[in-house]
Design a protein around this ligand. Structure first.
Ligand code: BG6
Length: 494
């Protein structure tokens, strides 16, 4: 159980606060994991009262909370929620916030512990951090702690991420800075390390001697919804590859850490990032495929093309799909490609890591013209979280007929309870000061360095690779299949 604290959310009127942050805090309270004295203060520009904000939150939490809403629990949770109205740039608003936080500490025993959550546009970060420091809110007094959680996007390239890191570092120490990547809070992502280092059988096989290649897929049937303006300036590479997918790749590829301290784990992840083979501008055309969804059908319903979405340019060159062949140049992974793909408006939703092992030798059962398929270990991040292993089996009967079967573990059936939402775990960890599941400065900057050259090839080179289109409801552009076919491989059908 962490020490009680006050969580101050900048961007209290934002979608993330309503859909994720408050439901996560509510569910922590419902599960008895939130210290009873915890206070929540929303900081935003719109005029509201404590009561009117609580009313809005009750409605949205009922819709978004994984456990629904229990009146009694809400009844004891809601009085700890407060609203503080101010412009982000108004010094007086921060002075009155400081006063209010002191009063709340005195009333509820939060002991001066504070967790600031920046859930605002990145253009507001610098102003908010500067004001926090000026109002004396970023320092610590008498054994209390002060931490900051920073939402993504963390910069738009290496130089903006670096500049942002400098701004944050002026106000908060690295150990008090929590850069959120919600994929790291997903139950199955956390299980990758347990699977690898808590079992004796996988690690000896987890290398280029036995593994042929790895596929990491994050597929979404949704389009850009209401986020056209953000997505136009981001695209799939910055939105998902630089952070979520590279984080999953790091967890899959890293060496065992010496212990489970945050920095020991993150040191190993950074080594993977440093081992990613940096592409040249010319190589981007052969190693990366970018696509944009055209009109099509999802679950039998017609959907429009990306260029026809709300607040998206009709001539937009933004990618909604990316596939990348990534080489990890280290001893363990020499010549084992990691193929990663991410896309919106794909046929099906799902995130998974598939470890494809090398084929059995071409003798005995594997001698036929049509070879037996390889063993594939699939870590399903979502939905239906679990792990499966595909292997060959003899069909019952007098003849030798071999068919692939799956050994399948499902979280839902094995543990009989729903996994907590990523934000629950991450908020609790930040309150406890555990940064293991948060990205460190060097990880974030290293990941930007890797993707920057791809952006440069697409948007600044003389001969940019094409932006391919794919019908909504498909599995992405044909060129993405070609990327693997050239290596004699195919994408897994999910
Ligand atoms: C966010 C991206 O970080 O992750 C979104 O900005 C994407 O574009 C989302 O839809 C996917 O998260 P999840 O948890 O639904 O897989």
């Amino acid at each position: 159980m962490p020490q009680p604290c006050t969580v101050i959310i900048f961007g209290a009127s934002g979608d993330l606060t309503f859909r994720k942050l408050i439901p996560a805090l509510y569910n922590l309270a419902a599960d008895g994991d939130l210290p009873a004295a915890t206070n929540i203060v929303g900081f935003a520009r719109r005029p509201k009262t404590d009561d009117s904000w609580r009313g809005e939150l009750k409605e949205t939490t009922t819709k978004s909370s994984r456990s629904g809403l229990n009146e009694e629990i809400w009844g004891s949770f809601a009085p700890r929620i407060f609203y503080h109205q101010s412009e982000f740039g108004n010094a007086a608003g921060y002075q009155s916030l400081a006063k209010r936080l002191d009063e709340l500490d005195a009333q509820s025993g939060t002991r001066g512990n504070r967790l600031f959550y920046l859930s605002v546009s990145p253009t507001d970060y610098e102003g908010i951090l500067t004001q926090l420091a000026a109002a004396g809110l970023s320092g610590t007094k008498g054994g209390a702690w002060t931490r900051v959680i920073v939402e993504k996007p963390f910069g738009t390239d290496l130089s903006t991420a670096h500049a942002l890191n400098e701004v944050v570092a002026r106000v908060f120490r690295e150990k008090d800075t929590f850069r959120i990547d919600h994929y790291l809070g997903k139950e199955t992502a956390q299980n990758i390390m347990v699977l690898r280092f808590g079992n004796g059988i996988f690690e000896p096989l987890w290398n280029s001697h036995y593994i042929d290649h790895v596929q990491i897929t994050a597929a979404e049937p949704l389009g850009v919804e209401q986020r056209g303006p953000y997505y136009e300036s981001s695209g799939a590479l910055r939105d998902m590859v630089q952070n979520h997918l590279l984080q999953l790749l790091c967890l899959t590829a890293m060496e065992p850490p010496t212990d489970l301290r945050a920095d020991s784990v993150r040191d190993e992840k950074v080594k993977v990032i440093r081992s990613l083979r940096q592409m040249t501008i010319e190589e981007v055309g052969t190693h990366v495929v970018r696509g944009q969804y055209a009109a099509g059908a999802i679950a039998g319903k017609e959907v429009k093309a990306y260029r026809e979405e709300d607040r998206v340019s009709p001539t937009s060159m933004t990618e909604t799909y990316v596939a990348v062949k990534v080489n990890v140049d280290n001893w363990r992974w020499a010549n084992v490609p990691f193929y990663i793909r991410v896309g919106k408006r794909l046929a099906k939703g799902g995130t998974e890591i598939a470890i494809q092992f090398k084929n059995a030798p071409n003798v005995l059962f594997n001698k036929a013209a049509e070879p037996l398929g390889p063993n594939v270990l699939v870590i399903r991040i979502q939905p239906d979280e679990g792990i499966s292993l595909r292997m060959q089996c003899k069909m019952p009967g007098n003849a030798i007929r071999i068919e692939p079967v799956k050994m399948d573990f499902h979280y839902g059936t094995s543990f009989g309870k729903a996994s907590p939402e990523a934000y629950e775990r991450l908020l609790l960890d930040a309150m406890s000061g555990d940064a293991t599941l948060f990205a460190r400065r060097d990880e974030v900057e290293g990941a930007w360095k890797f993707v920057d050259v791809i952006e440069e090839a697409w948007h600044q080179s003389e001969n940019p690779p094409p932006l391919c289109t794919y019908p909504s409801g498909s599995w992405g552009p044909k060129e993405s299949d070609d990327l693997l076919e050239r290596d004699g491989r195919t994408w897994r059908r999910m």
